[in-house]
Structures are given as C-alpha cells and as structure tokens.
Design a protein around this ligand. Structure first.
Ligand SMILES: [Zn+2]
Length: 378
C-alpha cells in the first residue's frame, strides 16, 4: 500500500513531497498546540489575601496586637496553625494548596520574601480597581476610582471570551460574595452569567435551593458581602449543571474579616478556602469534560498593610497593599511549587495568563494588556 507521507525514492524532493512534508509539520504543530492548551479555565480570587499569610502562614504578632490579654500559645488558632518555619506554617494553613496543588500540579509567583514580586499597576489599592486590572489586563485609574456600582468601562476578558469561543449564556459565569462584582465582570449588562452578593440562585438540587433561601436568613456582618460558603456552593452547582468553560469564583471573607480586625477569622477563612480548592479540584478531576483539560488560576485583588498596626487596611498610602501573587495549576502548567527566581510581575498579566492557558494569543484581546506569565508554561 502506498504511504502518502513517504512518497517514493524516485520523486526526490519533488513538489508533491514538499507538500506532504508541509502537511506533516502542520499536523504535528497543530496537535502539539491543541495538546498544550486548556479546554476550560477557572479563576479563583481571595479578596485582599496578603502575601504574608499565603507564603508564611499564621503571623502571631498580628494576632497578638488584637488580643493583648491572651497568650497566643494557649489558643486553638496557635495549636492548629503554628509551626516553626514559614514553609511548614503555610502548609498548615493551606494544606491542599501547598501540599498537593503546588507540589504536584502547579506553581506560584509573588513570594516577595524570596525575591519574586508581583505588584498592582493601579495606584488605588482597593477592590474594584484590582478586580478590573485582573479582568481587563490593565489599570484604569481615571475611570475606576471608587467601588461604586458602575459597569466596567472596558470589555472584560470574560465577556470577550464568550464571543471568541462562541459560548452559550451559562458557559461563562461569575460567582462572587461581593455585590459590586455583578458590575465589575462585564461592560454589557447581562453579557455573562453572574451571581453576586445576596442574590437568589435557582437550582434543581433541593439542597442548593435551600441554601439560596438560607443566605437571606443568615446575614453576614456586611450588607454587601455574603459568606463564602454560599458563593462556593452556588458556583459548584453551576459547574455541575451548566458545565461552563470559563468560570470565575470570587471569595470575599478574607478581606471583610480583616477590615473588622478579626485576624483569627481571616486565618479560618483562608483555611476554609483551601477546603474549597480541594473540593473544586477533586471534582474537576472526576469529570470527563474537565479532567486534565482545565487550568485553574488563583489570585487576589490587592495586598494589605504590612505590620500588626495597619494590616487590616489597604489604600494608596500603604506600600504593602501593592503586593499580590498569582498561582496556576492544571493543564499546561509545567512548573511546580514556589517560583522564586528574582523577578517582578504585575497584576495586569493575569488576564493574559488566563488566555495563554487556553492557547489564545493574549494580544488579540487587548494589545495594551500585560503579557502572560509564561514562566508557568515552560
Ligand atoms: Zn478587595
């Protein structure tokens, strides 16, 4: 049988053979890029989660400042989360993130205590400007200078992807604790599925439908932010039901407990989030349409004050609030663990990194957006 790729000795490098060779390169090239790119991408953010806790775990002086009449060593918090090295402490705080995800499936940048720095490029250092920088790939200091409920002045990467990938109404979805997020995630109202703040969530699952009712019966201390557990449960239900290819999960308690000076609750919220990461990851890996085809990014919108007297705040006067971090895990992510070559990254690179994971040239979304953090993928 004639092998169409082999040709014959008599042909030499004839025109038909060159075409065959070109075809071969095309086939090999395209299957390589298809093999490296993710089918699905999930972005998870923890509001105002500092580099201190992410890379070094429980910070006792910060806790002590709020609890002067107690001995840290005698508390459950200390027993549960203290260890003598930063590496051991962060793994006690985020056991799945550090012990499994970063060990076996992914990598993180932004450990500024070891020379890897990621900073905001927006100057405001609060939430809307940070989320907008993440979702549009650049700061917008002039148009976004408050947390007001205005739709994003720029088309976000989420709504751009809906058009680019020709996805249906529920295929790009955002679930958030903070009610302003309905406005941040899109320019065109209703462009993507969004459920944020105290908002009803319709589910065919009676248990999830009950949770939707309970969110109104168990108000948080904050009028505009519901507890993470509801947001996470609704996002998981949407994932199972609608199988989105682009999902954004935005958790908020790490910031709100901090503003309330409840460092213990911040630590507990981080630890609970780690449980959510585990549940999300294990579910993705149990599903044919997500297993080994999904890249998950983890990020934060801003840092916070650096010391025990100002850690609860974040604003343009606090240098520590400019420091953030970015982790990636799953499909296409070849590096492992805490990447600490001396380097500086910017929050405006997150949208590009998300597109890069999907095999999409990030400059097609926005030539002005930050470049992908390619280090994750090589
Ligand atoms: Zn925030």
């Amino acid at each position: 049988m004639h092998n169409w790729l082999a040709g014959t000795a008599q042909e030499g490098f004839s025109f038909p053979m060159l075409i065959r060779i070109a075809l071969l390169f095309l086939i090999v090239g395209s299957s390589f890029s298809a093999g490296a790119a993710a089918r699905n991408v999930i972005l998870v953010t923890l509001d105002g989660a500092r580099t201190q806790e992410i890379f070094r775990g429980l910070d006792v002086p910060t806790w002590q400042e709020q609890n002067k009449d107690q001995k840290a060593e005698e508390t459950d918090l200390h027993r549960k989360f203290w260890a003598s090295t930063p590496e051991a402490r962060r793994e006690r705080l985020l056991p799945f993130f550090w012990g499994t995800l970063m060990k076996n499936h992914g990598a993180i940048v932004g450990d500024r205590f070891n020379g890897s720095v990621m900073k905001l490029s927006n100057r405001h250092r609060f939430s809307y400007p940070g989320y907008s920088e993440i979702l549009t790939g650049r700061a917008n200091d002039r148009e976004i200078d408050s947390n007001s409920k205005i739709y994003n002045p720029r088309t976000t990467v989420l709504e751009w992807l809906k058009g680019e990938l020709r996805l249906g109404p529920n295929q790009v979805a955002a679930f958030a604790c903070w009610d302003v997020m309905d406005y941040i995630v899109m320019k065109e109202p209703g462009a993507i599925a969004s459920n944020a703040g105290f908002e009803e969530y319709a589910s065919a699952d009676p248990a999830v439908a009950a949770l939707s009712r309970l969110q109104f019966a168990t108000p948080t201390p904050w009028n505009s932010v519901r507890h993470d557990v509801y947001t996470f449960r609704f996002a998981m239900d949407h994932l199972k039901t609608h199988r989105p290819r682009v999902l954004y999960l935005s958790l908020g308690e790490t910031d709100d407990w901090a503003h309330d000076k409840r460092y213990d609750r911040v630590i507990e919220a981080l630890h609970r989030s780690d449980g959510y990461f585990r549940e999300l990851w294990e579910w993705l890996q149990s599903q044919d349409d997500y297993r080994d085809q999904t890249t998950v990014l983890f990020a934060t919108d801003h840092g916070r004050g650096d010391d025990p007297l100002n850690w609860q705040h974040h604003n343009d006067k606090l240098d520590g609030a400019a420091f953030v971090w970015l982790a990636a895990a799953g499909k296409g992510v070849t590096k492992r663990g805490n990447l600490t070559p001396t380097a500086e990254y910017s929050q405006d690179q997150i949208s590009g990194t998300l597109l890069h994971a999907l095999g999409i040239d990030a400059s097609r979304y926005s030539p002005e957006a930050g470049k992908p953090v390619e280090l994750f993928f090589k």
